[in-house]
Write a protein that binds this ligand. Structure first.
Ligand code: SF4
Length: 505
């Protein structure tokens, strides 16, 4: 990120359905991977022996595509592989194990996997013991087809098999013993682990190597909603929730490692339901009152499950629960919402927004939108624009509808032509830009509480986020990482704010 951010890049144009994360952004080698030295390696090696021991540890390189859920999964894979002595490396050339953690939300996802793996052919020829595994949604969806079509791939694993990765890698490695060329390993020897553990409880402790000040904690996985455009129910399985006590313990342990803020993560966090009967509002209330967190965020919400109880809990715990809600509406037209199987009408969505605004007067809203869903007419698209303007979303994440395998909408006959979709998307962004500009400008002169996440340089430039989920870049002070500080906003751009530390009078 540049010194003071390029303002022309501010409004994020596209995102995956219902997960707040810029799509298309390949996140190979998360920052943590580059900077990390595996804790286990440090503590288990006697003084002086560490460097040579690290040299003997095989390197793992994970290339990550897609949403925050995938980024979290990658972090989990690195942590699990460190437990069996792999060390993260910053390039495929240094690796003995390469994993592509794939995403199938965007177009041509399978093509992307083949294209990336194809680049590793030379490495594989030089080193027959180099393993290449495919995980994530494309792995889940394509299964053994990947191995049939690309001999460079050694194993495939699905989204429910991540915890089996160390054993899977161990077995794959054994099979390469005595092999002089990667082609000697036959297709039928290669493993494909893509079954869903439908009956198994969802018990996962958060595994994150360098959590920093703010981190993500999964509370649900999968989705039962079957929106007709979405692959998630097919790639992540049925919805499951972690037990409330597990989440509480997990979060408290993270706070002991210096975490001040967590974002609770799930495809639809609002339908969280612990075995004890607690719902999402109960979980938020317990986290706010029983842990040392300073801030709590969550994503993503589904309008049909966002209720008054949740809005009231957010307001009651507003000192901790951020007054920011990402509530995807996808279309502003009731007929299209029906075709999407969203299970709310335009009017019901607007009623929900009105309820939220009454309960949390300072709430800041963002949303996801699909334009050009099959059959969408110009008048129905105009309903979407009108809804954006009526609600006053500060940020929108919009994208053109595209067909996804296994989904119902992919079979709908009246697909909207590509040029019409592009035109609608451009007009939607233009309408939103015009409406949102004055909304964002209101921050100028305000003092916002910012949780400082990092130093931007050595000369007193810092960055963090406000409760409204705005990235704030500011000048002033020393050693501010992890602190909540008041920042006077001097300049507001659509996605970022610039300011200075507000000194007490
Ligand atoms: S099916 Fe689930 S994850 Fe996909 S858009 Fe609908 S609610 Fe979101």
């Amino acid at each position: 990120m540049s010194e003071w951010l390029n303002v022309s890049e501010v409004i994020l144009q596209e995102k995956s359905p219902d997960l707040l994360s810029p799509e298309g952004a390949q996140t190979s080698n998360p920052e943590g991977a580059r900077s990390s030295s595996p804790e286990g390696a440090r503590s288990s090696n006697p003084e002086g022996a560490r460097d040579s021991a690290l040299e003997e540890m095989p390197g793992v390189y994970i290339s990550t595509y897609g949403c925050q859920m995938n980024v979290n999964d990658t972090e989990r894979m690195y942590s699990l592989l460190e437990m069996v002595n792999y060390t993260p490396v910053d390039s495929p050339e240094k690796a003995q194990l390469i994993i592509v953690n794939s995403c199938s939300i965007r177009e041509k996802p399978v093509h992307k996997v083949y294209s990336e793996v194809g680049h590793y052919k030379k490495l594989k020829e030089l080193n027959p013991k180099l393993l290449i595994g495919i995980g994530g949604c494309v792995g889940q969806q394509e299964k053994d087809k990947l191995i049939q079509n690309q001999p460079l791939i050694d194993f495939v694993f699905g989204t429910d098999a991540i915890d089996e990765l160390p054993a899977l890698v161990g077995r794959a490695l054994e099979k390469t013993t005595n092999k002089k060329h990667y082609r000697e390993l036959k297709r039928e020897e290669k493993e494909v682990l893509t079954g869903f553990q439908h009956r198994a409880p969802y018990h996962v402790e958060t595994l994150v190597r360098n959590p920093g000040v703010a981190t993500f904690v999964n509370i649900t996985k999968g989705c039962d909603n079957f929106c007709t455009f979405c692959v998630v129910p097919f790639t992540r399985g049925r919805e499951k929730s972690r037990p409330l006590e597990h989440v509480l313990r997990d979060v408290q342990a993270l706070t002991q490692r210096g975490v001040k803020e967590v974002t609770l993560l799930g495809q639809n966090v609002n339908s969280y339901e612990s075995l004890c009967g607690a719902d999402f509002a109960d979980l938020l209330a317990r986290l706010a009152s029983e842990t040392d967190l300073q801030r709590i965020r969550f994503t993503t919400s589904h309008p049909k499950d966002f209720d008054q109880k949740l809005a009231d809990v957010m307001f009651r715990h507003q000192h901790k629960v951020c007054e920011y809600i990402h509530l995807p509406f996808q279309s502003g037209n009731t007929r299209i919402l029906g075709l999407m199987n969203r299970r709310y009408s335009r009017e019901e969505y607007l009623e929900k927004i009105a309820m939220i605004k009454r309960a949390i007067p300072n709430v800041v809203l963002s949303t996801d939108i699909i334009v050009g869903f099959p059959g969408e007419t110009e008048a129905e698209f105009q309903d979407t624009i009108r809804l954006v303007l009526e609600v006053g979303f500060e940020t929108i994440y919009a994208f053109k509808y595209s067909q996804r395998p296994n989904t119902k909408a992919a079979l709908f006959e009246d697909q909207v032509p590509e040029d019409v979709k592009s035109d609608r998307l451009a007009r939607l962004f233009a309408a939103h830009d015009e409406m949102a500009f004055p909304l964002v400008k209101r921050y100028e002169g305000q003092i916002l509480q910012v949780l400082v996440e990092k130093a931007e340089d050595q000369k007193g430039k810092w960055s963090g986020r406000s409760t409204q989920n705005k990235s704030v870049y500011f000048l002033g002070g020393e050693n501010l990482v992890g602190k909540m500080v008041p920042v006077r906003i001097t300049k507001a751009f659509p996605a970022v704010l610039r300011g200075e530390l507000a000194l007490p009078n």
